[in-house]
Structures are given as structure tokens and as C-alpha cells.
Design a protein around this ligand. Structure first.
Ligand SMILES: [Zn+2]
Length: 397
């Protein structure tokens, strides 16, 4: 099994051009733009980030209109109250009108949600990237889900949906027929009072539900994985593009959120299994510690153990072999193959510690060096090292 789809050699050229892939973020209805800003701060060194502007959905009173049209709801309430004040048979008339107003409110809300989904679909396609990545939370996940169902076919790649108020039976198979490259991490936040109420949503809104607290359920297309993305079914049977993931952590301080986004969302967006990324980072940190303590032979030994290891994201090749292939591809572009062996050594020695250095840089509270942080991405870490190695070798000759 490999989740390393098409994210490989091109990144080497992108590293030089400064091109970054696009991530669209869609907050929940109740969140302020600070949620998007906090996520953008972490993603910005690696991606171009754009947040969905909720003002596109109209005035300030749009939120209740998602479930029931506010005017109809108020009218129904007024009619119910007045039904207690009048005599039979007028009482029956006002009660009937109240039910009719509520039913009309539910109908209007359905049309309003469809209009919101249309605004989202148009916004997503207007962003200029054929297949952006998506990070969505709460009602934002609903909007993304509804936009994906749009018959005009909005296409996206890696998609994080957190607490999605979509039906458990959301038609993923239908979506997958159009959007083959989609890879979804559906983050289930344990049910709280609010999300328990989502169970009632399908009574009024058949297009909404409680997948955000119970997970999607759609045959072979959906699996349940660990929070680090490890999925036994993908390993033993067949790969599924949708994974339900239950989170222990809900919302923490900004520093915790940063670690979570860096440790979980970034590798997911890069198509690197999270559990494998954690191995790289953990060993990188250990090797860096040993190097700083002057324990070079232990550092060599620790690095050797990881470099000989096979990973899914390196197409099940030993990491050492992957570095060699990538360096050869990279140098081949510039006709500098004579340098290959030197460059492979240079990259292999520094690859893991550089990921750890990038991690340290990203945690700085003062001014951060974006280029250093970009080495959190193993592909970019390698590309940057190749560039440095070639520059150094070139100067020496
Ligand atoms: Zn799976």
C-alpha cells in the first residue's frame, strides 16, 4: 500500500521556483476569522492559504437560516402564542398556520443551504487551482461536502473535515467517481451536547447529520484509522480514500494547536503517512541532540537505522535508496551527474537533523525563517540540501 500518490519529483523543481500548493480553509459558522488566521500562520511557509469569506453568504442573521428560516420561525412562534389567547375554532386555525409557517421555514432553509453550497462551489472553482487542498471545520465541512456534490464537479485533493455535520451515509462513492484524487481525513470530535443534537438534524435537514461525531459509513470507500492515520485495513486489504479518525485532543492553546497542525495536518497534506512522519521527526531530533553533544558515531548509527528503513511514502524503498534516486533525478535536470555520489552523502548526513532544525525554528515565538521551516517537508528538506550541496561543490571546483 502506498499513499504517496503524485507528490514527488515535481517538488524538487517547485522548491527552486518558490511555487506552493493551495490550501482553502473554511471555518465553522460560529468561529471568528482568528481560527483561520491561526491555521494560516502554521501552513503559510508550505502552502498558499485562502480562507472562505463568510460575508459571501449575506447578512448577519444567516446562521439560524441554515436550519429554519428565521422569519418563518418567528411567525410560527407568534402564532403558537396567539393560539393560547383565542377561543375555539380560531385556536385550530392559528395552530395550523403555525405548523405551516414552520414547514415553510424548513423548506426555505433547504433552499438557503443549496444557495450557500453554490456560493462555496463557485468560490472553490474561482481560486485558480485545479485541485486545491481543503481544511474545514464544523459547518465549513458541510459547505465543502455540499459543494463536492455539485454536479459541475468541484475537484479537490487532500481534505480535512473536522466535526462535519454531514449525514453518515454521505454519498462518497458518487463523489469518488468524479474526484479520483480526493483523500479525506474526517476528524471525529467526541460527541458533546451540541453534536448529540446533530443526531436530530436529519429530521429537518436530510442533507445534514452527525458524521462529525460518529463518522462516515459508506462501504469500502470509508475506513476507520488511528489519529496518526494508521489503518490496518488499508495495509491488509485495499486502500480507501476516506478515513474516520477519532481525536482525543479537541481544542487547546495555540502552541498545542500548532504542534497538532504541524504533526498531523502537514504530513497528511503532503501525502506522507503521519505515523511515518513522526518516525522521521523523532529520529531527527534524537540525531540532532547527539550531534550537538559531539557523539558523532552514535549519531551515525542512529541515522543509519532510519536510512535503511522502508517507508510507504518512499514507495516502500529504503530511505537511503529514495534519497539516491531523488538526487539523481534532480541532478539529471542540470546535467551535473558527476556530483551525484558526493551529493547523496551530503544529503543523507543532514536530511534527518534538518527536519528537526526546521521543527525548532517553527516553534520560535519571535521572527522565524520561512526557508528553514520549509524543511519540515521531507521533499523540500531534500531539495534544499541538494541545492546547497551543488552550490558548495561547484564553488570548490
Ligand atoms: Zn484505510
Amino acid at each position: 500500500m502506498s499513499t504517496n500518490q503524485s507528490y514527488g519529483d515535481d517538488i524538487l523543481q517547485d522548491a527552486q521556483s518558490g511555487w506552493k500548493p493551495l490550501v482553502l480553509t473554511v471555518s465553522s459558522a460560529a468561529q471568528k476569522s482568528s481560527w483561520q488566521d491561526a491555521i494560516h500562520r502554521v501552513l503559510k511557509p508550505h502552502f498558499v492559504c485562502r480562507g472562505f469569506p463568510y460575508k459571501n453568504l449575506g447578512g448577519r442573521l444567516w446562521r439560524p437560516n441554515i436550519i429554519i428560516d428565521l422569519r418563518c420561525c418567528l411567525a410560527a412562534f407568534a402564532l403558537i402564542v396567539s393560539s393560547f389567547l383565542v377561543e375555539w375554532p380560531l385556536y385550530v386555525v392559528t395552530a395550523t398556520l403555525a405548523v405551516a409557517a414552520a414547514a415553510l421555514g424548513v423548506q426555505l432553509a433547504r433552499r438557503y443551504r443549496a444557495a450557500c453550497a453554490n456560493v462555496m462551489a463557485v468560490w472553490m472553482t474561482d481560486q485558480g487551482d485545479v485541485q486545491p487542498h481543503i481544511v474545514a471545520n464544523g459547518f465549513g465541512s458541510y459547505l465543502v461536502g455540499a459543494a463536492l456534490s455539485d454536479p459541475r464537479g468541484v475537484k479537490v485533493r487532500n481534505t480535512i473535515m473536522r466535526s462535519a455535520p454531514l449525514p453518515r451515509q454521505y454519498p462518497w462513492l458518487q463523489i469518488l467517481r468524479r474526484a479520483r484524487d480526493i483523500n479525506v481525513r474526517s476528524e471525529i470530535v467526541r460527541a458533546n451536547l451540541l453534536t448529540r443534537l446533530f443526531r436530530l438534524l436529519p429530521l429537518f435537514c436530510e442533507d445534514m447529520g452527525d458524521a462529525g461525531s460518529h463518522g462516515f459509513n459508506h462501504g469500502d470507500a470509508v475506513h476507520t484509522a488511528g489519529s496518526d492515520g494508521y489503518c490496518e485495513q488499508c495495509r491488509l486489504k485495499a486502500f480507501a480514500p476516506i478515513h474516520n479518525v477519532t481525536l482525543d485532543l479537541i481544542d487547546g492553546r495555540e502552541s498545542e494547536a500548532r504542534l497538532y497542525i504541524q504533526g498531523y495536518w502537514l504530513p497528511f497534506l503532503w501525502n506522507i503517512p503521519i505515523y511515518e512522519y513522526q518516525i522521521l521527526l523523532g529520529h531527527g531530533q534524537r540525531i540532532l541532540e547527539l550531534l550537538r553533544a559531539g557523539r558523532f558515531s552514535e549519531a551515525d548509527e542512529a541515522a543509519g537505522a532510519v536510512l535503511d528503513r522502508e517507508f510507504d511514502w518512499t514507495d516502500e524503498r529504503p530511505l537511503r535508496q529514495w534519497i539516491k534516486t531523488m538526487v539523481n533525478n534532480y541532478l539529471g535536470f542540470g546535467g551535473q551527474m558527476a556530483l551525484a555520489d558526493d551529493v547523496v552523502h551530503f544529503v543523507s548526513d543532514r536530511f534527518l537533523p534538518n527536519i528537526a532544525i526546521a521543527h525548532e525554528e517553527s516553534l520560535k515565538s519571535d521572527e522565524q525563517n520561512e526557508k528553514v521551516i520549509q524543511s519540515l517537508n521531507p521533499h523540500l528538506a531534500m531539495a534544499r540540501l541538494v541545492e546547497t550541496a551543488v552550490r558548495q561543490q561547484w564553488t570548490r571546483r
